[in-house]
Design a protein around this ligand. Structure first.
Ligand code: HPA
Length: 266
């Protein structure tokens, strides 16, 4: 695999000349951030040999390299989920590729359902922990090391600081990872609430774990696009997820831009 990774990284460098240390993975409906990049290069996933193509609506499947405030950033629009038939190595491939490219800090974003009445749709939530409700046997990853590079207080403090600076509110909470693709039943939602979950979604946890494993600092940000099933009477739909994400995209971009600029990768 590492030969393949090296060639994927070389492809990205040869298209874009990328030398940066910061990246962002953009989840469902959250792909508009790179619109603000300067000196942009778009690299569709199919131009990168061996790189898979996501099948979910709202995931366009391209890398965008560009600058924010003069700093080089790599954005991956579109990720891979178990429910699309991808396995752990494929789901974590984006992170392994970022590592090959020398990335030191990554923001990993997703859309998620809110489990809290006071976290209304449109709320941005920094992940400060996770629950694994996939109930699958994953690969062995070491438990949190001495100074975890995710959910750690310095990174969460950076998110808060950037929230104050930009005036874009951010909450914190525990993200519960489920396999999907179906949304949860109201009873499953109660179960996850009882476990201490604040949000529920179908991605991100393996990416955060792999980033930690490879020594990349990460910040997970959920855009809470809907109340999870049973919290209100409204039925859920992927359209609602995309619609809410679209409504908050400017606020979301403002906040993550500031975090990307402020993050210290030295
Ligand atoms: N459940 C699971 N995943 C999601 C949801 C949800 O309610 N909303 C967006 N992604």
């Amino acid at each position: 695999m590492s030969k393949e990774l090296i060639s994927m990284a070389e492809t990205i460098r040869s298209y874009s000349g990328f030398q940066g240390k910061k990246a962002i993975i953009l989840g469902s409906g959250l792909g508009s951030l790179p619109d603000q990049f300067e000196n942009k290069t778009i690299i569709p996933y199919e131009k990168v040999p061996g790189y898979p193509k996501p099948s979910v609506e709202g995931h366009s499947g391209e890398f965008v390299v560009g600058t924010l405030n003069g700093e080089e950033i790599l954005a991956a629009k579109g990720r891979f989920h178990y429910y699309e038939g991808f396995d752990f190595p494929e789901i974590t491939l984006p992170i392994r590729l970022l590592h090959e490219l020398g990335i030191a800090f990554v923001i990993i974003t997703n859309s998620a359902g809110s489990l809290r009445k006071n976290y209304h749709p449109g709320t941005l939530m920094a992940m400060n922990g996770h629950l694994d409700c996939t109930f699958i046997e994953g690969p062995e990853l070491p438990t949190i090391n001495k100074k975890p590079r995710y959910y750690n207080s310095e990174i969460l403090a950076l998110a808060k600081k950037c929230s104050l600076k930009t005036g874009v509110q951010i909450k914190e909470g525990v993200y519960c990872w489920t396999l999907g693709p179906a949304y949860e039943t109201p009873d499953e939602v109660k179960f996850i609430q009882n476990l201490g979950g604040d949000a529920v979604g179908m991605s991100t946890v393996p990416e955060i774990q792999m980033a930690g494993e490879l020594g990349i600092s990460s910040l997970g940000i959920s855009c809470l696009t809907n109340f999870a099933a049973g919290i209100t009477k409204n039925p859920l739909s992927h359209d609602e997820v995309i619609e809410t994400a679209d409504k908050v995209k400017n606020q979301f971009s403002k906040l993550v831009t500031e975090i990307l600029i402020e993050a210290d990768t030295n």
